[in-house]
Design a protein around this ligand. Structure first.
Ligand SMILES: [Ca+2]
Ligand SMILES: [Ca+2]
Ligand SMILES: [Ca+2]
Length: 494
């Protein structure tokens, strides 16, 4: 199993070297108008890991039942019988042989019949449940809202085939084909708008929104501030309604600040990653997320809603969203708790503030569908009103205003917004160009892909149903077939 610690691969600098490099790079970037491809950070990107694991068959919808109970229908009464979980089958067989028993059934659970997608890997998307997306989908799916993914490009993999796109641009190769040579941008795009309810793969947060792929990061997941600047401006000028920036660098830059200000001034919310090197000092948030006035900075929590140790905090942090923690399996599905989407080479769990950022961009798309022309400040206020306060009471450096919640954001129901006044970071604590990074400058603009479930998703059920549709194997004896028709998940029936 992979540990989050290892994934971060921090590279620490001797402070004198760091000072030299930061000054050198800052000066260079400012004057580097023509040098488009200067790397913004000298350190190596975090290497992708290649642990391959096959995803098991997703559970069938409707197969939720009490694991230690049988319902016995006798001629004159109905009984609920407690049994050991591993004896469900043998006990049901025994009971059925009793003379007065007319039927033995599992004690199934029913549920409300709101929209639930049929994507077979949806059951692995704990991250969507954590922010109550299902509740939002009855009212909003992002239709008509253009989300620019300014990233490593987007490749239209199988589970983006039914997703809406507008043309994008490739600032790395300077052409109109923003394909993804890294995998990061495609994964992020999946979280925002994976084709959903298409009986394939996973779901996306705002699956009827329209993606605008803008490629500014290369094959290794790196990109120059200059290209990022151009990408943001291009997205604004070409009709983006929301800009997702699952990227950032440790160095402040007037270029990046101007870019996010440009978007803000034109009413386009910019959602940006807080960084993955675990820094939570007052200046822990990376750039451009740290430009608090213009960008919505997003950190990461895991399944238990705790901040993940890689997630940067700081005065500029606004919200947290699910970013995942591959080092634990708190939801017990047999996989480290990453964020599962399809990327260029299959369905991967990734973790990072990049993933968290994509969730918030998706939520902004949902909000903009129903809220019309909300300004970036209004969007942020709505998110704030719909966030679940975590950590110390009110705004704090590790969780910002707390965990975003799509259900509350879109339906206005579900939890009580925290009325605490918002924190205003002191301007004197702001970054300066000569800041010596005391922590790792954020590794790359990429998160850390981890285990790779092999991607041959089986077709999902068209509609969840309360009775399983059995497919007993032909090898079974007749007497067993009839049992398996009712209880196809029993060990002897597989
Ligand atoms: Ca899908
Ligand atoms: Ca898990
Ligand atoms: Ca708090």
């Amino acid at each position: 199993m992979v540990h989050a610690k290892k994934l971060r691969s921090p590279i620490f600098f001797h402070s004198a070297t760091a000072l030299f490099l930061s000054l050198a790079f800052y000066g260079w970037i400012l004057s580097a108008g023509a040098v488009a491809d200067a790397p913004v950070r000298p350190e190596k990107p975090t290497a992708p890991l290649h642990e391959r694991r096959e995803l098991p068959r997703p559970p069938m919808p409707g197969l939720d039942y009490a694991r230690d109970e049988l319902i016995v229908v006798r001629r004159d009464r109905i009984e609920k019988v407690k049994v050991a979980a591993d004896e469900l089958w043998s006990r049901s067989f025994e009971l059925r042989r009793q003379r007065d028993v007319e039927a033995v059934e599992l004690n199934f659970f029913a549920e409300t019949q709101g929209f639930s997608p049929n994507d077979p890997y949806y059951p692995y998307q704990w991250n969507f449940e954590l922010i109550d997306l299902l509740k939002a989908w009855d009212s909003a799916t992002g239709e008509g809202v253009v989300v620019a993914v300014v990233d490593s490009g987007v490749t239209q993999v199988g589970d983006l085939a039914k997703t809406n796109f507008v043309p994008g641009y490739d600032f790395v190769d300077n052409d109109g084909d923003p394909h993804d040579a890294n995998g990061h941008g495609t994964h992020v795009a999946g979280t925002i708008a994976q084709s959903t309810n298409n009986s394939y793969g996973t779901a996306g947060a705002a699956f009827e929104s329209t993606l605008m792929p803008v490629r500014v990061l290369d094959r290794s997941g790196r990109g120059s501030y200059y290209n990022i600047y151009r990408g943001i401006l291009w997205a604004v000028d070409h009709g983006a309604d929301v800009i997702n920036l699952s990227l950032g660098g440790a160095q402040p830059s007037s270029l990046l600040e101007r870019a996010v200000e440009y978007a803000y001034d034109r009413g386009v919310p910019v959602v940006a990653a807080s960084g993955n090197n675990g820094s939570t000092g007052s200046n822990g948030v990376i750039y451009p997320a740290a430009y608090d006035q213009f960008a919505i900075a997003v950190g990461a929590v895991r399944y238990d809603k705790k901040r993940v140790n890689y997630s940067n905090g700081g005065n500029a942090l606004d919200f947290v969203a699910p970013g995942g923690d591959m080092g634990v399996d708190q939801n017990g599905d047999g996989y480290g708790d990453g964020i599962l989407q399809e990327t260029i080479n299959g369905f991967y769990f990734y973790q990072g503030t990049s993933m968290a950022t994509a969730h918030v961009s998706g939520l902004v798309a949902l909000l903009k569908e129903i809220g019309g022309s909300l300004s970036p400040d209004e969007v942020e206020q709505r998110l704030m009103d719909a966030s679940e306060d975590l950590g110390s009471s009110g705004w704090d450096r590790q969780y910002g205003h707390g965990l975003v919640n799509a259900g509350v954001l879109i339906t206005g129901e579900g939890s009580t917004p925290d009325p605490t006044p918002t924190f205003t970071p002191s301007p004197t604590e702001g970054p300066s160009p000569t800041t010596v990074p005391t922590q790792t400058p954020t590794p790359t603009l990429t998160p850390t892909p981890t285990s790779v479930p092999t991607a041959t998703p089986t077709s999902g059920q068209a509609t969840p149903t309360l009775t399983p549709s059995p497919t007993p194997s032909d090898d079974l004896p007749d007497w067993l077939k009839s049992i398996c028709a009712r209880y196809p998940f029993l060990r002897r029936c597989r």
